[in-house]
Design a binder for this molecule. Structure first.
Ligand code: GDG
Length: 491
């Protein structure tokens, strides 16, 4: 309701690379999958609430089978709340724009994880061309001169200015889901000016934290001739103004009814231990991530190893289960990272396994949301050790899953979420000893302390849910639109 008051009557168009539903062809026919993506987790409930059109790259093996002549289909399947408009990319476009510039260039450029970005001229050309294709699709979908366009993430840095050129009245909200680095770090990008120029086509530019906003404003100050008003957090460039604001993203807090239907914590525990053949009396730690080098999976394993070394009483009683959803596996950096994790897992298991006991279980496969929730409910702790993370929604999902008020969250200080979730055990994942100590502390934490911390974490996430994220952004957009309409009348 809150969302609809802010945008009533206005058309909403979302643009992202990842689509919210993927159709896959299997031996049993076409199945629908939910992608492992923080962006989709957050934006999808907002779209269900305000309808409109979502423009995304069609990526599943059966995606083309289910759309109409306009490459559109109503989603969620069976519910039909909004339209999904799929854009088909050629293998070359996907290689250059997605794997190349977005994921070998921008991703390591914006995350300080000490992986060098790669900048190829051909990738940049593909990135520009694909941004233009998506911008054209947005313009084609627009039913008025001033739609509300919600641009998602680092795949589309150039698109805001491209849409602005064709639809000068549009309200363009761009949300950057990953961190923004400091000006020196960003400055190594050969196309830094074009990227900043493209992003400043936005009416509002959102980041997760104030710190990312500050980095962005300083970057613009360093590389463009723009007028910055620090007091209002606005940037005037090419005769238009962009508001740079922080909007910490979140999750949809589960509905009462959904919670009532969840299997009990005991049942979840039983199912998980049976499935993995784990001993009954154990301390179960879990990690859930895309298989990405920014998530600190290696550092987490090193901490588990150190725990077993330093406190041998946990050998036989402490098990760490890591769900690692395959991601970007076409890239060498990702493949070699996965191999490295597999080697380290094997080494730890070789060192500490006993008959009937294996300390680390690496589940390198996609899991559906219910299975992830079951794991969260079964666990004694959830370990989030990102080296750098815009926000991190896994930490918030773990908290939402624990209506029993038990379970400990270990959280990296380099995730945006650490600014909000202060009752977690906050760690520097680069510091193995500190992280191992946190594992020990979590494993030994009395139930009363867990309850106190979890209750407080839950009230934070329940309150700052994803509708608040979208609501605050749309409220700012609504004010902006009103002001523009009044000014147009005055003129
Ligand atoms: C980016 C930013 C920011 C994980 N494995 C599976 C699976 N997941 C789900 C999790 C969660 C989501 O994927 C991951 O979200 P995160 O926020 O942790 O991370 P990114 O994907 O890197 O997201 C991040 C986010 O955007 C939102 O702005 O928080 O900082 O990097 O929902 O549960 N989901 C499924 N199968 C899996 O195997 N279905």
């Amino acid at each position: 309701a809150l969302l609809n008051t802010h945008i009533s009557g206005d058309q909403v168009i979302v643009v992202s690379n990842r689509e919210p539903y993927i159709h896959e062809r299997t031996a049993d026919g076409v199945i629908v999958k939910r992608p492992a993506s923080g962006l989709v987790t957050a934006v999808e409930p907002v779209m269900r609430a305000c309808s409109g059109t979502w423009v995304a790259h069609g990526s599943g093996s059966a995606d083309r089978d289910v759309v109409d002549a306009h490459d559109r289909l109503p989603v969620p399947p069976g519910q039909d709340d909004y339209w999904l408009r799929r854009i088909w990319l050629t293998a070359e476009e996907e290689q250059g724009y997605y794997y190349g510039f977005a994921n070998e260039g921008m991703w390591p450029l914006c995350h300080v994880a000490h992986v060098r970005p790669v900048f190829r001229e051909s990738d940049w050309e593909a990135y520009k061309a694909v941004n233009q294709r998506f911008a054209d699709a947005v313009v084609a979908e627009a039913r008025s001169e001033d739609p509300l366009v919600l641009v998602q993430d680092y795949h589309f840095a150039l698109l805001p200015a491209m849409v602005r050129e064709k639809l000068p009245q549009a309200t363009i909200l761009t949300f950057w889901h990953i961190p923004w680095p400091n000006p020196e770090s960003f400055g190594i990008c050969p196309w830094r000016k074009e990227i900043l120029d493209g992003m400043l086509g936005s009416t509002i530019l959102g980041f997760h934290t104030r710190y990312h906003c500050k980095n962005f404003i300083e970057t613009v100050d360093r590389y463009l001739e723009a007028r910055i008003e620090h007091e209002h957090s606005t940037i005037a460039f090419r005769e238009k103004e962009t508001l740079v604001e922080s909007y910490p993203i979140s999750i949809e807090w589960p509905q009462e009814e959904a919670m009532r239907n969840w299997p009990s914590v005991e049942a979840c525990r039983q199912r998980v231990t049976e499935r993995l053949g784990l001993p009954q009396d154990l301390c179960l730690a879990v990690g859930v991530d895309r298989f990405d080098y920014t998530k600190g999976i290696l550092e987490r394993l090193n901490a588990v190893e150190r725990l077993l070394e330093k406190w041998p009483q946990w050998i036989g009683r402490f098990v760490f289960v890591q769900v690692a959803a395959p991601t970007r596996s076409a890239l060498e950096e990702y493949r070699s990272f996965q191999e490295r994790i597999e080697r380290v897992t094997a080494r730890i298991n070789e060192r500490f396994s006993r008959p009937g006991y294996q300390p680390v279980h690496l589940l390198a496969a996609h899991h559906e949301p219910d299975a992830v929730n079951e794991l969260f409910r079964a666990a004694d702790m959830c370990v989030v050790t990102s080296l750098h993370d815009g926000m991190n929604l896994v930490s918030k999902e773990f908290v939402a899953a624990r209506d029993d008020l038990q379970g400990v969250l270990i959280l990296s200080r380099f995730a945006g979420a650490a600014r909000e979730l202060a009752e977690a055990l906050i760690v520097n994942p680069y510091h193995v000893e500190e992280t191992a100590d946190a594992l020990h502390r979590a494993a030994s934490m009395p139930a009363a302390e867990q309850r106190e911390r979890m209750a407080s974490l839950r009230s934070t996430v329940r309150e700052s849910n994803v509708f608040r994220w979208a609501g605050r952004m749309l409220l700012d957009a609504g004010r902006w639109r009103l002001r523009a309409r009044i000014e147009a009348r005055v003129r």
